[in-house]
Ligand binder design. Structure first.
Ligand code: SF4
Length: 710
C-alpha cells in the first residue's frame, strides 16, 4: 500500500510477534481492521514484513475480546474488580507473608507494564515472586551472559550478519521463527560470495535448506560440539591469547575441560552423530574466518543444560577475540517482542531492575532508595516451573497472570491446570475471553491489545522501539501499567504508583538505570531520562546504552573489553557436557522436540484469527522419520496418539526424511478447541536447567501409536 506513509497519517509502531522487532506503519480502517505496511525507516526491517507481521490487520477483530472486568464470570465495575484484587492480595500477604503471592508475566508486556509489575512485587509487596514466560525462552542465555560478561548483554547487532563471512545458526530455524532477520542474511549472501551459512540442528528445516552446511546433530550434544571446536582452535593456533590476557579473568580451566570432554574430532563426530568430514569442514571454516557470527535460539536455550550450552558457544568467541567488532560475535535471538525489555526492568525472579542483582545488598539498597520503597525482596523468587509447583503445594495462594497462558504453554501443562484449579485466588489480565486460562480466573481484567496501547519494546539487538496506539480502546479495556498501578494504590502505595501515562514510567525507568551507575553496568539509558512527553512520543528506534557518552546509542559492545566483572573483564566458563535429564527407554523410545511454525504465534489467540495464516498448516501434527513410521505402523496423514510419562495428545502424522530416526517434532501452538485432544505441552517433561530454570522443551521421551477410535 504505497499511500500508507507518515505524511498521510500512518502511525509508526512495532510488530508484536518475534524478537526481530520490525517497524510497522499502520492506519485504522474502522475499529477492527487496519492497513499495515513495513516501516521503510525502521533499522530492523527497512520496510520488510513476514507473513505474520503483514497479516496483523486481519487479527484485530473484537468478537472474542474480553472487554469488561469480571468477577467469577460476572461483569463488574473497574472499582469492584481492582478493590477485590487489592484486598485479597493484602489479606493473603498479611496472613501468610509476601511469598504467598506471585505474578506470572510475559514478554508480550511492554517495558512500562513490566516495570510497574516488578516495582510492586519486589519493592512494595517485598517478594521476588515475579517471573515471566521469557523463562521458557531465553533465560539460559541471560544466565550464560551473566557468567561470561558479568551482565546480561548481547554484544552485537543485526548489521553484523551483513558484514560477516561466516554465520553459524545453532538450534534455530530462523527462516520460520525470525524470518526478516533471515531474509537480511540471505540478501547479504547474495551480495557477499564469501559468506557461508552453517546450520546446526537435529532437523532439516527451511533454514538448513538455505545453508552451505547442515550438521544434523544428535539432540542434546551441542556442548560437546563447541567444546570440540574450542579444543580444535587451540590445536590449530587459532586462539587470541593477547585478547585473553588483556580482557579475561578466567579461561585456562575452560580449555582444559574442553580437552578432556571433546578430545578429538572423531570422538566429537561420534558423540554428536555427524560425519567427520562435515565436522572438519565446520571447524576449518570457523578457525580461518575472522568475521564469524554465531546465532542461537531455543534449540540451545530450552535444555536442562542450556546455560552451559550457551557458555560453550560464547567461549569460542572469547577465545578468538571475535566479539564486539563489525561482523563478529555471539548473538542470542530472543523469541518474544519484549524479552529484552523485561530483562532491563528485572522481570525475572532472580533479577532486580536495571540489570542489578537481587542477591547483592548494595544493589538492593540502591533500588529501594531510588523507589523510596517500604521494603525490597531479599532473595530471588520462584522461577516459572517452581512457581506453579508452589501453587500446587499450597505455598502460593494467589497468583496474578498477565498477557500469557501458562495453562497451555508451560511443560507438564496438566499439572499446571491442576494447580490453577486448586489456587485460592487467580487473577488474569488478558485481551481475549474464553481462553484455556479464563476458566481458572476468579477475577478477569481486560487489557488493551497491540494497536491500542502505548509504550516501548526492546528487540534482540538491544534496540528500543515505540509501540504506538492507532486504534481506540475497545469496551473498558485498560493498559496493563494502569491496571497494576491502580491495584498498587488500593494496596496503600498511592503516590509511588500515581502514573498517568506510559511516558512517566519510561523516564523513571531511564533515571533508575543511571542512578549511581558510575559506569559499572553496561545497561544505561539515562540519556533518555529527560525526554518530555513529545520527545517520548517521537522517540526513534535506538540501541542501548544511551547516555552522556553515547547519546545516539551503541551498535556493538565489548570491542576492546569493557565487560562487567571487576577490572572490566570477562570469563570463559568451563563446560562439562551433560545428557538431557530424561533419556528414551523401551517404554518411551522416541524423543519429542517442540517448536514453532512459520505462520502461528504462541497459543494462536491472535494469529488464529487470520484465515490466510491458518491455511499454512491448519492442524496440529507430528513429524517423524519414515523408518519410525514403518516401525510403529503409522502411515503418512493418519491420526496418531503421542504419549509421555506426563500426558497424551492426538495429532496427524507427517512422515518425512527431515526428521532423524528416533525424533518427533510437534509444533506447540494449538490450544482451545484442540485441547480436548491433548495439549502438546501436557506431554513435555518439566525438567529444568539448574542455573536458569529454563525447561527442557526439546527433549521428552515419548511413544507413538496409531489412533483407533473407541
Ligand atoms: Fe514481526 Fe518477527 Fe515477522 Fe518481523 S520477523 S514482521 S517482528 S514476526
Amino acid at each position: 500500500n504505497p499511500s500508507l506513509t507518515r505524511e498521510n497519517g500512518a502511525i509508526a509502531t512495532t510488530c508484536p510477534y518475534c524478537g526481530v522487532g520490525c517497524g510497522i506503519l499502520a492506519a485504522a480502517r474502522g475499529p477492527e481492521s487496519a492497513d499495515i505496511k513495513g516501516d521503510p525507516e525502521h533499522p530492523s526491517n527497512f520496510g520488510r514484513l513476514c507473513s505474520k507481521g503483514s497479516s496483523l490487520g486481519e487479527t484485530l477483530s473484537l468478537e472474542t475480546r474480553l472487554l469488561y472486568p469480571e468477577i467469577n464470570g460476572r461483569r463488574v465495575s473497574w472499582d469492584d474488580a481492582l478493590t477485590t484484587v487489592a484486598n485479597t492480595f493484602q489479606r493473603i500477604i498479611e496472613t501468610h507473608g509476601p511469598d504467598a503471592v506471585a505474578f506470572y508475566v510475559s514478554g508480550q508486556l511492554l517495558t512500562e507494564d513490566y516495570y510497574v509489575a516488578n516495582k510492586l512485587m519486589k519493592g512494595y509487596i517485598g517478594s521476588g515472586n515475579i517471573d515471566t514466560n521469557s523463562r521458557l525462552c531465553m533465560s539460559s542465555t541471560v544466565a550464560a551472559q551473566k557468567r561470561a560478561f558479568g551482565e546480561d548483554v548481547v554484544p552485537g547487532c543485526y548489521e553484523d550478519l551483513q558484514l560477516a563471512d561466516l554465520v553459524v545458526l545453532v538450534g534455530s530455524n530462523a527462516a520460520w521463527c525470525h524470518p526478516i532477520l533471515f531474509q537480511r542474511l540471505l540478501a547479504a549472501k547474495r551480495e557477499n560470495r564469501r559468506l557461508k551459512i552453517v546450520n546446526i540442528d537435529p532437523r532439516r528445516t527451511a533454514t538448513s535448506q538455505s545453508a552451505d552446511l547442515h550438521l544434523p546433530i544428535r539432540p542434546g550434544t551441542d556442548a560437546v560440539l563447541f567444546n570440540g571446536l574450542l579444543n580444535y582452535l587451540r590445536q590449530h593456533d587459532s586462539i587470541d591469547f593477547g585478547f585473553l590476557e588483556k580482557h579475561l579473568g578466567l579461561y585456562a580451566e575452560a580449555f582444559e575441560t574442553a580437552r578432556k570432554t571433546a578430545p578429538s574430532l572423531p570422538a566429537v563426530a561420534r558423540i554428536c552423530g555427524i560425519s567427520e568430514e562435515d565436522l572438519a569442514t565446520f571447524y576449518q571454516w570457523f578457525a580461518r574466518t575472522e568475521k564469524t557470527v554465531t546465532l542461537w535460539s531455543q534449540g540451545v536455550n530450552q535444555s536442562s543444560s542450556g546455560t552451559d550450552k550457551v557458555n560453550s558457544i560464547i567461549n569460542v568467541h572469547l577465545a578468538t577475540g571475535r566479539i564486539g567488532k563489525p561482523g563478529m560475535g555471539p548473538f542470542s535471538l530472543t523469541g518474544q517482542p519484549n524479552a529484552m525489555g523485561g530483562r532491563e526492568v528485572g522481570g525475572l525472579a532472580n533479577q532486580l531492575a536495571a540489570h542489578l542483582d537481587i542477591e547483592n545488598p548494595e544493589h538492593r539498597n540502591l533500588v529501594q532508595t531510588f523507589w523510596n520503597a517500604p521494603r525490597i525482596a531479599e532473595k530471588p523468587g520462584l522461577k516459572a516451573v517452581e512457581m506453579f509447583r508452589a501453587i500446587a503445594g499450597g505455598r502460593i495462594k494467589a497468583i496474578w497472570i498477565m498477557a500469557t497462558n501458562p495453562a497451555v504453554s508451560l511443560p507438564d501443562s496438566n499439572a499446571v491446570r491442576d494447580a490453577l484449579g486448586r489456587c485460592e485466588f487467580v487473577v488474569v489480565s488478558e485481551c481475549e475471553s474464553g481462553t484455556d486460562l479464563s476458566q481458572y480466573a476468579h477475577v478477569s481484567l481486560p487489557a488493551l491489545a497491540w494497536g491500542e496501547k502505548d509504550g516501548t519494546v526492546t528487540n534482540s539487538e538491544r534496540r528500543i522501539s515505540r509501540q504506538r496506539a492507532f486504534l481506540p480502546p475497545p469496551g473498558e479495556a485498560k493498559p496493563d501499567w494502569w491496571i497494576i498501578s491502580r491495584v498498587a494504590q488500593r494496596m496503600g502505595y498511592g503516590d509511588d504508583f500515581n502514573y498517568q501515562s506510559a511516558w512517566e514510567i519510561f523516564v523513571e525507568h531511564a533515571r533508575l538505570s543511571g542512578f549511581r551507575n558510575n559506569g559499572e553496568r553496561v545497561f544505561d539509558i539515562s540519556g533518555l531520562a529527560e525526554l518530555d512527553r513529545a520527545g517520548y512520543d517521537a522517540l526513534k528506534p535506538i540501541q542501548w546504552p544511551v547516555n552522556q557518552c553515547h547519546p545516539n546509542g551503541v551498535p556493538r559492545l565489548f570491542d576492546g573489553g569493557g565487560f562487567s566483572f571487576p577490572g572490566r573483564r570477562a570469563r570463559m566458563v568451563p563446560v562439562l557436557p551433560k545428557a538431557p535429564a530424561n533419556l528414551p527407554d523401551s517404554a518411551y523410545p522416541l524423543v519429542l522436540n517442540t517448536g514453532r511454525i512459520r505462520d502461528q504465534w504462541h497459543t494462536m489467540t491472535r494469529t488464529g484469527k487470520s484465515a490466510r495464516l491458518t491455511k499454512h498448516l491448519p492442524e496440529p501434527y507430528a513429524e517423524l522419520n519414515p523408518h519410525d513410521a514403518a516401525r510403529y505402523a503409522v502411515p503418512d496423514g493418519s491420526l496418531v496418539r503421542l504419549e509421555s510419562r506426563f500426558g497424551q495428545a492426538l495429532v496427524r502424522a507427517r512422515v518425512t526424511e527431515d526428521q532423524q530416526r528416533g525424533a518427533v517434532f510437534v509444533p506447540m501452538h494449538w490450544s482451545g478447541p484442540y485441547a480436548n485432544k491433548g495439549l502438546i505441552n501436557a506431554l513435555v517433561n518439566p525438567a529444568v536447567d539448574p542455573v536458569s530454570g529454563e525447561p527442557e522443551s526439546k527433549h521428552t521421551p515419548i511413544r507413538i501409536e496409531p489412533y483407533r477410535a473407541a
